[in-house]
Design a binder for this molecule. Structure first.
Ligand SMILES: [Zn+2]
Length: 54
């Protein structure tokens, strides 16, 4: 589990899991939706993409 930051500054936990021989990221919010998988940033609504996170 690593921490990344959305462009708006919101912190997102990223967990990598191996799926069909590829590592795919799963995003977890640590504030508003603790423990829930997220596909968009809860603050700015941006679609979460591992390449876009800081
Ligand atoms: Zn954001």
């Amino acid at each position: 589990m690593i921490d990344r930051y959305c462009l708006c500054g919101h912190r997102i936990h990223v967990q990598f899991s191996k799926r069909e021989n590829r590592w795919s990221p799963t995003f977890w919010s640590v504030v508003k939706y603790s423990g829930h998988k997220r596909f968009t940033c809860p603050v700015c609504g941006r679609k979460l993409d591992i390449d876009d996170l800081n």
